[in-house]
Design a protein around this ligand. Structure first.
Ligand SMILES: Nc1ncnc2c1ncn2[C@@H]1O[C@H](COP(=O)(O)OS(=O)(=O)O)[C@@H](OP(=O)(O)O)[C@H]1O
Length: 381
């Protein structure tokens, strides 16, 4: 039979080469499509809470599903009155499902539901950050980054890249190589608190992208300075006293502005430099004290500023009495959460009241200018 078939094929090729080529083409398409379909079906069933490449998550009753990523086929398997039921979505040319896309799953619903996903183009790659936490040192920048990281649409660098202040000569490709891989719908973010006080940084970030979203966490400059000094003590062991560095000739009315620990707290001066390049609306300011007492509120505002779904809510936070700080649950269903390490929230040395009031007096006019510049009253004493 095979011999006869081969003979017929040879006959057609001799007599009509065109129809032979067309037949071959049709055969190829059939094979390719069939094979392709098999490839698609090789994707595994995954739990509905799967967040992997698609950063998908579902709401409590599992009747709708929210996904991010480009998907060509999405199948939902669950139960309907005890019977297995399927719901299939076919997106012919792929569909970019954003975090707000709602797909109606109809009656398919149960706790054991599974998702079957096929992505056309996940477009995973390293991207330059669209958002940067620019400071301020000791303001609570690590806490904010760790909180934001819980959001499925946020990817962050671990260590501080220090690209725009220390490693600028290495170029943007070097900077990009430090970034985590992201999907198109995800936001890449990094934090380097020294950017805030480095003169050249705003212009350099603007050159990278003038739409970069900037986040600044500020904290009472007096406690910030003591926090900074505490870090110096912990790194260098016994150090000069706070007073001997902060005041000239031990005179509490003569503040040593050239000491970096004092200078960082002149927020208005540094912000002026940023506002010569970026409009204020592109800089979101986080209230550092409120980030400790009401993290849910501050994170909600940051999510809004970054154009993210308000995934992280008050429910994600719990207060750790021993640490005296809020910690975060990566998933609501988790019993335990993630607290920052012991280098955050160190006990501060107690300074004499005369030193404290001299510092408060010194910072007050700068703080008031800062409130006016930002239109926010931080109420620092
Ligand atoms: N949730 C939570 N857990 C722990 N610590 C918290 C938290 N929220 C804010 N903070 C405050 O963050 C301060 C450290 O700030 P930074 O992370 O910006 O420091 S650094 O510039 O990266 O060194 C750190 O300062 P110190 O208390 O002086 O150590 C904390 O007061």
């Amino acid at each position: 039979m095979i011999g006869n078939a081969l003979k017929t094929v040879r006959k057609i090729r001799r007599k009509s080469p065109c129809s032979f080529i067309s037949a071959g083409l049709v055969l190829f398409l059939v094979c390719f499509l069939g094979f392709n379909d098999k490839l698609l079906s090789h994707d595994a069933w995954v739990p509905a809470s799967y967040r992997g490449h698609l950063s998908g998550y579902h709401n409590r009753d599992l009747r709708t599903i929210f996904l991010g990523g480009n998907v060509s086929r999405l199948q939902f398997k669950g139960t309907d009155n005890g019977r297995t039921a399927h719901k299939l979505f076919n997106f012919k040319n792929g569909r970019n499902l954003t975090a707000t896309t709602e797909l109606n799953l109809g009656k398919v619903s149960s706790q054991t539901d599974n998702l079957y996903l096929t992505q056309t183009d996940n477009d995973r790659k390293r991207r330059l950050p669209q958002a940067i936490i620019i400071g301020v040192k000791k303001g609570g920048t690590r806490a904010l980054l760790e909180f934001l990281r819980v959001h499925p649409d946020v990817k962050a660098t671990g260590p501080e890249p220090h690209f725009f202040d220390k490693h600028y000569h290495k170029g943007l490709d070097w900077y990009r190589s430090l970034m985590p891989e992201t999907m198109r719908n995800q936001i890449t973010i990094e934090k380097t608190p020294s950017y805030f006080i480095t003169k050249e940084v705003p212009e350099r970030i603007f050159q990278m992208s003038n739409s970069t979203k900037l986040v600044l966490v500020v904290r009472d400059p007096v406690t910030r300075a003591i926090s900074d000094y505490t870090q110096i003590l912990s790194k260098h062991g016994k150090s000069k006293s706070f007073q001997s560095s902060a005041f000239l000739r031990n005179d509490t009315t003569k503040i040593n502005i050239s000491w970096i620990v004092i200078r960082i707290g002149l927020y208005v001066k540094h912000l002026e430099n940023w506002l010569s390049v970026f409009p204020l609306k592109q800089i979101h300011i986080v209230h550092g004290e409120n980030l400790v007492t009401n993290p849910g509120e501050e994170v909600r505002k940051v999510q809004k500023f970054l154009g993210l779904e308000p995934v992280i809510t008050d429910k994600h936070f719990f207060f750790n009495e021993r640490r005296g700080f809020p910690c975060i649950k990566k998933k609501l269903k988790h019993k335990r959460g993630h607290c920052l390490d012991e280098s955050k929230g160190r006990p501060h040395p107690r300074l004499p009241e005369s030193v404290m009031s001299a510092l408060r007096r010194f910072y007050r006019p700068y703080n008031e200018q800062f409130y006016r510049m930002t239109n926010i009253d931080f109420n620092w004493t």
